[in-house]
Design a binder for this molecule. Structure first.
Ligand SMILES: Cc1cc2nc3c(=O)[nH]c(=O)nc-3n(C[C@H](O)[C@H](O)[C@H](O)COP(=O)(O)OP(=O)(O)OC[C@H]3O[C@@H](n4cnc5c(N)ncnc54)[C@H](O)[C@@H]3O)c2cc1C
Length: 511
């Protein structure tokens, strides 16, 4: 009874999208999710509940390389981390797939090229209802087909910023956002407000629950079990195939079997699951004779920057503008710097913990009303010592030392310079104040790289179709496979890869 054609573990960007694809095969698909549905409740939009009390965050602590305990920014629920993501869905640049020299070292090439993923990027953009404008982003790869929906309009303050940036010779672009609505087709207008970092009870946000799982959940060949923590995977007597998927449900263990097993737990938990599944054939952990599982963890060099001006910014949803002019560097700094995008919109409660040090004399309400909120992402490089391990009790230990910081520093400088120069001088930022905050280790939002893919079984765990070199029916389809992290948000690339692997499985394995 517990035998399925395919078992998918996790329902986030990777697992949710893969489930959507495999459901089309008509084969029996079991989806195991350790979390539950996030309830639709008024607390979904309550900053105190979401940001300060961590209402929807996983109730577990991890340790860093020194054994210091921290509470990771991770979410176990149907839809995974996409339930709270900002739905900024960007393609990696063509050059991101190749070896790229950075100020702090070399970003390795992927085993596939951009063109191998291009059609799946388009498929993922359609599935996740992306609104954008082709060609407005100077570093974006060429694509003939338009975005499924036209770009979200800027609110007045962001439109002014857009014009000011253009006047400065820059090329701000319409940030591609996944949204289940076309403004033209609605009678009552929608207003986006709490979005980036919050679950969306209106289900306007295109996430893996709403846009993938919900669409297949009533199909007769699809079964979803929630509150199903997969504890370990067992192999057959040869060690070459997974024979059992063991789920812990309270004190009880339930066993499932699948011809295909796709691990989609997110880069940290997928590595932890393979490490936890060691046996006599795989003494270092499943598919880990190379000792690579868990290594090369990346999460981006991310910073939030708030620019505070005398002029208010009444925008409710500022996340409509991006800037990639410095993605690969400029004439003064020849190495990649990274990507800038607007954040949703911050409010007073979000500053509570940091405010006393950064804003003497200003009320939190003043800061919130006058802030322009930016998010900067630069590439961090794979380092084998940045890794996921398990402590003696099987708990996650995350070893991470920052690297490749120079490009990020340059990007921050650029943004400060811009803010001082874009027509903001007189009416935006007199007496300006910049609040820059580098995201610490608990910021695992952009986790990737722990189970890298490649052709060589000595230097990678998965082959270019995300199938384990050492375990025939094991696939890992989430942020784990990234050999390098690029400097755009990872979501769309994970979704596109899930479409690619799904198509391969449907055509070749689940036939
Ligand atoms: C606040 C925030 C904002 C973000 N904004 C953006 C953005 O704007 N754009 C973007 O592209 N990306 C964004 N991201 C990142 C994006 O959400 C992730 O890159 C993406 O969700 C990762 O997909 P995944 O499939 O690797 O893992 P996840 O989405 O994390 O899914 C993993 C799933 O596996 C389940 N699971 C884990 N372990 C087990 C187990 N042992 N047994 C069963 N189930 C298990 C989890 O509960 C979860 O459902 C954001 C993330 C956060 C936290």
């Amino acid at each position: 009874m517990n035998q399925y054609d395919a078992i998918i573990i996790g329902t986030g960007a990777g697992g949710g999208t893969l489930a959507y694809k495999l459901a089309q095969s008509g084969k029996s698909i079991l989806i195991l999710e350790r979390g539950d549905y996030i309830p639709r409740e008024k607390e979904n939009w309550d900053t105190e509940e979401v940001f300060i009390k961590g209402r929807y965050k996983a109730k577990e602590n991890w340790t860093d390389k020194k054994g210091k305990v921290f509470h990771p920014g991770i979410h176990y629920c149907v839809g995974g981390n996409t339930k709270v993501y900002g739905a900024a869905l960007l393609r990696m640049r063509e050059a991101d797939f190749k070896e790229l020299k950075h100020a702090g070292g070399v970003s390795p090439a992927w085993p596939i090229e951009y063109n191998d993923l291009a059609k799946y990027y388009l498929e993922a953009e359609q599935l996740y209802a992306v609104h954008g404008e082709r060609g407005s982003d100077p570093s974006e790869p060429k694509e003939q087909a338009p975005y499924p929906y036209s770009p979200l309009p800027h609110e007045d303050r962001i439109q002014k910023l857009n014009e000011d940036l253009i006047e400065l010779g820059l090329k701000p672009f319409a940030l591609p956002i996944g949204l289940n609505q076309d403004q033209k087709n609605t009678e009552a207008p929608y207003v986006l407000d709490r979005f980036d970092g919050f679950p969306d009870p209106t289900e306007l946000k295109a996430d893996a629950h709403v846009n993938a799982i919900k669409k297949i959940i009533d199909l007769p060949n699809v079964t979803l079990v929630t509150n199903a923590l997969v504890e370990r995977l067992e192999t057959d007597s040869t060690g070459g195939r997974i024979s059992k998927v063991i789920v812990k449900n309270g004190d009880q263990e339930v066993t499932y079997q699948g011809d295909v097993v796709a691990v989609c737990c997110g880069a940290i938990n997928s590595a932890a699951l393979l490490l936890r599944s060691k046996n006599e054939h795989h003494p270092n952990g499943l598919a880990n004779s190379t000792d690579l599982v868990g290594r090369n963890y990346m999460a981006h060099n991310n910073s939030a920057m708030l620019a505070i001006s005398n002029n208010p910014n009444p925008s409710k949803f500022g996340k409509t503008l991006g800037l990639n002019d410095f993605y690969f560097g400029d004439e003064k700094f020849e190495f990649p710097m990274g990507h800038i995008q607007m954040l949703g919109k911050s409010d007073a409660v979000m500053y509570k913990e940091d405010a006393p040090s950064f804003a003497p004399g200003l009320t939190l309400e003043y800061l919130a009303k006058h802030s322009l909120d930016f998010w900067m992402t630069s590439e961090d490089l794979p380092d084998p010592d940045n890794r996921v391990t398990l402590d003696d009790s099987g708990n996650i230990q995350l070893h991470y030392t920052e690297n490749n910081l120079e490009g990020h520093k340059q990007l921050k400088k650029k943004l400060k310079w811009i803010l001082e120069h874009v027509g903001c001088k007189t009416h935006l930022l007199p007496n300006n104040l910049y609040l820059g905050k580098k995201i610490p280790i608990a910021g695992t939002a952009h986790q990737c790289g722990t189970i890298r893919f490649g052709y060589d079984p000595h230097t990678s765990v998965l082959n270019p179709m995300c199938q384990a070199h050492e375990v025939e029916n094991l696939y890992v389809v989430d942020g784990s496979f990234f050999p390098s992290s690029s400097a755009v948000n990872p979501g769309l690339t994970i979704m596109a890869m899930a479409c690619r692997v799904g198509e391969y499985l449907n055509n070749n394995i689940l036939v």
